[in-house]
Write a protein that binds this ligand. Structure first.
Ligand code: GRF
Length: 221
């Protein structure tokens, strides 16, 4: 019998969740990382919360299937919202779910179904400047008001609290005297795209492991 080589691991199937009117620039970075081969994976599905989302349009323009699961339809019915998300996710069986401008809390039932397989990006250096209500420009305003000299971004695994799960990669961005929330946001966003692609690339390679609060396998290369 000839030796049978181990089959190559299949490319990672990625589902991306966005909410509201998100512009989808992190989604775009992940899509580009997959098309360039930097990430050994494909974006199989983008789930949004409304049809007129620019992020969904970005996906549709690239030929990626999109679907809207509207949380408004499930007000006060988290189980119903979770079941709807799980139904949709189940069809593409993603190996990784990326939250990219998804400002809602992912229902526990979804996290339980995909343990260690959900990532989020945050536009500051966690564990500071995170939590409920800390999104978009609010974050940069709070960072500037605090007087810290460094901001940046964080990609982390998602648990059942906002911006709280184990940190995968972070990138610092120095704060300048002339910064406004807008100028800081623009520089942080450049780093967000790099960080998210790096985190997904490492995950797709199977390089990451979670040991208590620490994620190992993301040392600087
Ligand atoms: C980013 O700043 C991200 O950190 C935060 O939401 C924003 C999404 O931006 N979670 P985009 O839609 O990816 O451009």
């Amino acid at each position: 019998m000839p030796d049978v080589e181990d089959p190559e691991p299949a490319p990672l199937k990625i589902a991306v969740l966005v909410s509201g009117h998100g512009r989808g620039s992190n989604l775009g970075a992940i899509m580009a990382g997959c098309s360039s081969g930097e990430i050994d994976g494909t974006v199989e599905l983008v789930i949004g919360t409304r049809t007129d989302s620019p992020a969904l349009e970005r996906a549709r323009n690239a030929g990626i299937p999109t679907i809207v699961v509207s949380p408004r339809k499930y007000q006060d019915d988290e189980a119903g919202y979770a079941a709807a998300l799980l139904r949709v996710l189940g069809k593409s069986e993603p190996g990784l779910i990326c939250l990219a401008g998804y400002m809602l809390k992912l229902p526990d039932a979804v996290l339980e179904q995909y343990p260690g397989r959900v990532m989020n990006i945050h536009n500051a250096l966690l564990p500071l400047f995170g939590g409920k209500g800390m999104y978009g420009e609010n974050v940069h305003r709070a960072v500037l008001a605090s007087g810290v000299k460094l901001s940046g971004c964080t990609v982390h695994f998602v648990d059942n609290q906002y911006d709280n799960g184990p940190i995968i990669v972070q990138s610092p961005v120095p704060i300048l005297d002339a910064d406004t929330p807008e100028t800081l946001a623009a520089r942080v966003l450049v780093q967000e795209h790099k960080c998210y692609v790096r985190a997904v690339r490492l995950f797709a390679k199977g390089a990451l492991s979670i040991v208590e609060r620490r994620v190992l396998g993301a040392d600087p290369e």
